[in-house]
Design a protein around this ligand. Structure first.
Ligand code: ZN
Length: 509
């Protein structure tokens, strides 16, 4: 094929991808509406609308024409001489292979069993009885293993890696284990040391009754201040907060409000805003639908949300700046609190049973437990019936608590019930990437802390935008981390961050 013809092939590939992404963005908008404003009576119609669009999207993503166009681009040495275009085509190939490797019957069965399993899981959790969930989970895990086999075990890796690859491209369980193991040991020791020898901070400044309207107004102020562009996005309320980067110029965030703890909504909003700032920073106007216009991985996505939530939002500098605004927006209840009171209170570390309620330090132990168990399941080392026992034993080892029941144990999360195995590690990878990047950013912007204390967030946002957001999927997560920080991902920065912050707060420095 001539060069001119392949140039055209690349242009056509990008055009087809843009149209597919546009179609998919309509489905995302329907999903967003379903979570926020849709009347109950629309449920059946909405399910048909979404299923129809999802089918059209799948047909387009797996079409023979897509395969021909990708092959034509790969064959053109001149086209692939440009590193960004080469990466774009590499990722187009990855997505196409993932989408076409699974037989349609398996995809359908996974969707069907997954949706039934979710309902059964809900009942099992209510009754706190794993035996209710067990039969369908056995069936689902069998299907997930089939899916992994269709993808194939990567060279030198294990079957679980094929599942991990869906969420964190190129990641290997063995590499993650080599980071998680020392992290688990030192984190468990830190958490135990704080509990046994430290003085926990006074948290009474968080137990204030603050009306939802005031919390919302403070949240909107924070969004604007940190640079989430509200002319290209909005904030609404849902039971489970999320961020959806729908389309160029359209990023939706949601949060939830609890009257008696305003920091739930505050940190939920800052977390989703971190995802949203990433979505707004991707070069979608130019490359919508192309890998170059998309996020690298769930781990890197989570690093952006955790950075704004934890590295920024739980710092002393943040509260130094935010306190007068909090007093102005949240009302008289918060008047007696100082910046130091708030800084200390939001940095409590205490083992608890529920992952989504866990603090910045113990959260990672919840993830490592899930990683250990799901990896063992896929290896076939653990039978499904033995999950509760293994869960409770591992929980005791990592967090030092005896799990009272399955509801607060192995039945708490939705993920396994729809077949999402290999997803959990990305949460902890996000914390690790955030901490390692944060050290580098502080080296490159030496007065970052003072900037935050003055409410100047633009330099940080610009750094993230230029170094991470604007790159799309040009680099794999590990490669990007090494390029930016000079080192492969390690547990040390996160441990330095947590030990350096928590020990003084607990009077142990
Ligand atoms: Zn997140």
């Amino acid at each position: 094929m001539t060069t001119t013809a392949t140039r055209t092939a690349y242009a056509e590939l990008c055009e087809v991808a843009r149209e597919t992404a546009t179609l998919l963005s309509a489905e995302f908008l329907l999903a967003w509406d379903q979570e926020t404003y849709m009347p109950e009576g629309a449920a059946d119609a909405r399910a048909s609308q979404r299923a129809l669009i999802a089918g059209l999207v799948h047909d387009r993503k797996t079409s023979e024409r897509m395969g021909e166009l990708i092959a034509a681009c790969e064959a053109d040495a001149e086209l692939t001489a440009d590193p960004a275009t080469k990466a774009d085509i590499r990722e187009f190939r990855r997505d196409y292979d993932l989408a076409t490797k699974l037989p349609v019957e398996l995809v359908r069965e996974l969707t069907e069993v997954g949706s039934r399993a979710q309902n059964i899981w809900r009942k099992a959790r209510e009754q706190s009885d794993f035996s209710v969930f067990r039969p369908i989970l056995e069936r689902l895990v069998g299907l997930v293993r089939q899916k992994a086999e269709c993808y194939g075990t990567p060279k030198g890796g294990e079957l679980y890696d094929a599942l991990l690859n869906e969420y964190e491209p190129g990641a290997r369980a063995a590499d993650i284990e080599s980071i998680f193991t020392p992290l688990a040991e030192r984190l468990s020791a830190l958490v135990a040391n704080l509990a046994d020898n430290g003085t926990p901070p006074d948290t009474s400044c968080l137990d204030l009754k603050i009306p939802e309207a005031n919390q919302h107004s403070f949240g909107m102020f924070i969004l604007e201040s940190i640079g989430f562009d509200l002319s290209c996005g909005r904030l609404d309320t849902t039971t489970h907060p999320f961020c959806e980067g729908l389309a160029p110029g359209d990023t939706r965030l949601t949060t939830r409000y609890r009257d008696e703890r305003f920091t739930d909504a505050l940190y939920g909003t800052m977390h989703e805003a971190g995802h949203g700032i990433y979505e707004q920073g991707l070069p979608k106007a130019r490359c919508f639908g192309q890998p170059l216009g998309e996020a690298i991985s769930l781990g890197i996505h989570e690093s952006q949300s955790r950075m704004w939530e934890n590295s920024v939002g739980r710092s002393r500098a943040f509260w130094t700046w935010a306190l007068p605004h909090a007093k102005d927006k949240l009302g008289p209840a918060i008047a007696p609190c100082s910046a130091d009171d708030l800084y200390r209170a939001v940095n409590t570390a205490q083992p608890s049973f529920i992952r989504v309620e866990a603090d910045e330090a113990t959260y990672n132990l919840h993830i490592m437990l899930r990683f250990d168990i799901e990896r063992a399941i896929i290896r076939g080392d653990v039978a499904i019936k033995d999950i509760p026992g293994l869960w409770n034993e591992t929980f005791k080892r990592y967090l030092g608590l005896g799990v009272p029941d399955d509801r607060r144990g192995c039945l708490q999360d939705v993920h396994w019930s729809f077949g999402a195995i290999g997803y959990f590690p990305t949460y902890c990878l996000g914390n690790l990437y955030a901490a390692q990047l944060w050290e580098t950013i502080n080296e490159q912007i030496p007065d970052l802390n003072d900037q935050i204390a003055r409410g100047e967030f633009a330099p940080l946002r610009t750094w993230l935008n230029q170094n991470i957001h604007a790159q799309g999927r040009r680099y794999r997560a590990g490669e990007l981390c090494e390029r930016l920080t000079g080192k492969p991902l390690s547990a040390d920065p996160l441990l330095r961050h947590l030990e350096g912050k928590l020990k003084p707060i607990y009077g142990l420095a």
